[in-house]
Design a protein around this ligand. Structure first.
Ligand SMILES: *[C@@H]1O[C@H](CO)[C@@H](O)[C@H](O)[C@H]1NC(C)=O
Ligand SMILES: *[C@@H]1O[C@H](CO)[C@@H](O)[C@H](O)[C@H]1NC(C)=O
Ligand SMILES: *[C@@H]1O[C@H](CO)[C@@H](O)[C@H](O)[C@H]1NC(C)=O
Length: 284
């Protein structure tokens, strides 16, 4: 009997031990799995994607249309005067080549001469095309990032130093397709977009008449989701807004050696000098 009981004990307890061991093992495996998932989500968030505008440059087909009209027709966007006659009462005044120098003195001088002449005017172009190259880099070594619902806005913010006062949306366009940015790699999309909005075209002609470039800010709204590769799993898409500043919109082709302009996540654009300078001076 005693021997039988001993046998029973010897057979029962190893069985219990096996069960205990298996339960413990399952718990440990589950804990590790959950921890790995949590760490993956914490360490690699989809919003860690690094967006930038290649070469910090947006190519523009034109910004305005130039024409010469007789002085008598009042020009809308008058910039400089070109005198056809060589009788020059004001020799010290050179023809204005610098587009930024409005030819007011030139005009008064010519007025004194009383000679017929023409004026170079800048009018709104029939349409303007812009080429933007958006680049996305995925710093994660473990997961791919699925970018969808991408919308770009090119905004002229004259007072970017402080606020969005006077901001003008030059163009807003969606990318027709999303893309997957594989781990530790980048993906670039170049897109031409045509602007025919008369209000924008008139704004460009009046603000940048005669100039070949201007600084702007690009807003990128993108929905990002992590796609883990070991066990294929996609996180819920998260909408992230980015601001890329300052980019140059210009007629030239981008310099291939120029640095990309990094985009930063945020609801509000990154004002160049922050709120410190715009804070009212302390009362004295
Ligand atoms: C990326 O997201 C789009 C839209 O939700 C989906 O159709 C596509 O299959 C996703 N790609 C991957 C690789 O998960
Ligand atoms: C933006 O800044 C300008 C110049 O400092 C100021 O005149 C204007 O009131 C500001 N606008 C807003 C909405 O804060
Ligand atoms: C970004 O896009 C989403 C979806 O279209 C929209 O709900 C959200 O308001 C947009 N955010 C900004 C800042 O434009």
């Amino acid at each position: 009997m005693g021997i039988d009981g001993g046998d029973e004990k010897r057979t029962r307890f190893p069985c219990l031990d096996r069960v205990r061991y298996m339960v413990t093992a399952v718990v440990v495996v589950l804990t590790v799995a959950v921890a790995v998932m949590v760490i993956t989500v914490i360490v690699h968030r989809p919003e860690d994607i690094e967006l930038s505008i290649l070469h910090g440059h947006i190519e523009a087909s034109t910004l305005w249309r130039q024409s010469e009209i007789p002085f008598s027709s009042a020009p809308r966007y008058q910039f400089r005067r070109r005198r056809r006659h060589h009788h020059r009462p004001c020799d010290e005044i050179k023809p204005v080549d610098n587009d930024d120098a409005a030819g007011s003195s030139d005009i008064s001088c010519a007025g004194e001469s009383g000679l017929p002449s023409t004026i170079v005017t800048y009018e709104a172009a029939a349409s303007v095309e812009f080429a933007v190259t958006l680049s996305a880099y995925n710093p994660s070594g473990r997961a791919d990032i699925n970018c969808t619902g991408i919308t770009l806005r090119v905004v002229d913010m004259p007072d970017l130093a402080r606020n969005t006062t006077g901001a003008m949306e030059v163009v807003r366009f969606p990318l027709p397709r999303g893309f997957l940015v594989r781990r530790r790699s980048s993906h670039a999309v170049r897109r031409w977009v045509r602007v025919t909005d008369a209000r924008v075209l008139a704004y460009l002609a009046s603000t940048y008449a005669g100039r070949t470039s201007f600084p702007a800010t690009v807003q990128v709204n993108v929905s990002v989701a992590l796609v883990t590769t070991v066990v294929k799993r996609t996180t819920n898409p998260k909408n992230v807004n980015h601001w890329c500043s300052v980019v140059t919109v210009g007629l030239d082709e981008p310099s291939t050696t120029a640095d990309a302009v990094r985009c930063w996540a945020g609801e509000e654009p990154p004002y160049l000098f922050g709120s410190v300078l715009s804070a009212p001076p302390p009362a004295s």
